[in-house]
Design a binder for this molecule. Structure first.
Ligand SMILES: Cc1ncc(COP(=O)(O)O)c(C=O)c1O
Length: 358
């Protein structure tokens, strides 16, 4: 790492790392030999089986997709339910995917500390915020689509999944087990899973007839080869995330800052810290920038404040506003080191000095 500690280089927010070309090569060669590049070839089918085993569910209930966004869109598109509740405090993909599936949405607030959706509506999209996880979310008898895009690092056991529950994960480059672009959905019923597979391939079954309105949302064999290789290397990746999280924890102890409760429990590509108010968060943002530390407001001011979603119905959303105003993402990547951690800690100490306290 070429950081000399004197602010001449920037500490990046993320440094995505996929398996190397050399590591993936045997699988790419096997794709060359098979001549099968998409349409649920051997890499994709064996990846689905492998993910199913990892999460403790039947193989036929795991279906890959080109991304988590397409996974969410398809999971909603195959549902006959029109009205869904969705958290305002989420990434734009959650809302965009649901609107793309033609659903009517209502923005609902999140719980104050956990940021999980506060709703018992019969049809709801529940977001696992910033890679967090909660086992009870899959146990519902309601119709629930869980956007767990960044939560694969939790390696949840999904064996108790309700028949009308779907959980969608991302394999995007910035995620744990990142593979470029990709995702998959886990269904509580094999029938729904098959409908979803149909949706990802233009509504086709075994012939070239669209039985339902579908799309092209298939995962390529190449992307699946990267995902397989990332899984082969998971032990090493997990250890690197744990070490990075340990450094983040040290910085928190040294500065008295706390991170969002969900992010520290398991390998997770985010470090989200909480400030007492917007003024202090903004001050931290400026001070970190002056120290050459990248930060991000990953979900901006919340989806309810985005022009693209202004037509979406909404209730009161004070906790979504507060989450947006008081949180900030700090750098988190597998190779983060002591030098970067010290720079972040220095900037946070200076923020605390300027702010008085927190
Ligand atoms: C909460 C959430 N939902 C959905 C997505 C979209 O995932 P993908 O990039 O695989 O489409 C992301 C990606 O960061 C996300 O954080």
């Amino acid at each position: 790492m070429s950081d000399d500690g004197n602010r001449s280089t920037v500490v990046p927010l993320m440094r995505p790392r996929l398996p190397t070309a050399d590591q993936v090569l045997p699988r790419l060669r096997s794709i060359d030999a098979s001549g099968w590049y998409s349409n649920f070839g051997p890499q994709v089918r064996s990846l689905e089986a492998r993910l199913a085993e990892l999460l403790g569910v039947p193989a036929e209930t795991v279906i890959t997709a080109a991304s988590a966004t397409r996974g969410l869109e398809g999971a909603l598109a195959i549902s006959g339910t029109h009205r869904w509740e969705v958290p305002a405090w989420t990434f734009a993909a959650t809302v965009g995917a649901a609107l793309g599936a033609g659903k009517q949405l209502r923005f609902v607030d999140v719980e104050e500390h956990s940021w999980w959706l506060e709703s018992s509506a019969p049809a709801r999209i529940v977001v696992a915020p910033f890679g967090s996880w909660r086992d009870d979310v899959i146990l519902s008898c309601d119709e629930v689509v869980v956007d767990a895009a960044a939560s694969l690092g939790a390696m949840p056991r999904l064996s108790g999944i309700g028949p009308r529950v779907t959980v969608v994960f991302s394999l995007g480059a910035t995620k744990v087990l990142g593979s470029g672009e990709g995702g998959f959905a886990v269904f509580g019923s094999a029938e729904r899973a098959e409908q979803f597979r149909e949706w990802t391939r233009h509504g086709f079954r075994d012939d070239r007839i669209a039985y339902t309105i579908g799309s092209n949302a298939k995962l390529s064999e190449h992307a699946a080869a990267y995902a397989h290789t990332a899984l082969d290397l998971w032990g090493q990746e997990r250890a690197e995330w744990d070490r990075a999280r340990g450094l983040a924890r040290d910085v928190e102890h040294a500065t008295g800052l706390t991170s969002h409760p969900g992010v520290a429990a398991h390998p997770n590509p985010y470090w989200i810290v909480m400030f007492p108010d917007r003024g202090t968060r903004d001050l931290a943002e400026r001070t970190l920038a002056a120290h050459g530390v990248e930060t991000r407001r990953w979900w901006a001011d919340g989806c309810h404040r985005m022009p693209g979603f202004e037509a979406v119905e909404r209730g009161d959303l004070p906790r979504s506003d507060r989450a947006a105003e008081t949180s900030l993402a700090l750098p988190m990547f597998r190779e983060i080191g002591e030098i970067e951690a010290h720079r972040i800690a220095d900037a946070l100490r200076q923020t605390r000095l300027l702010a008085g306290t927190w």
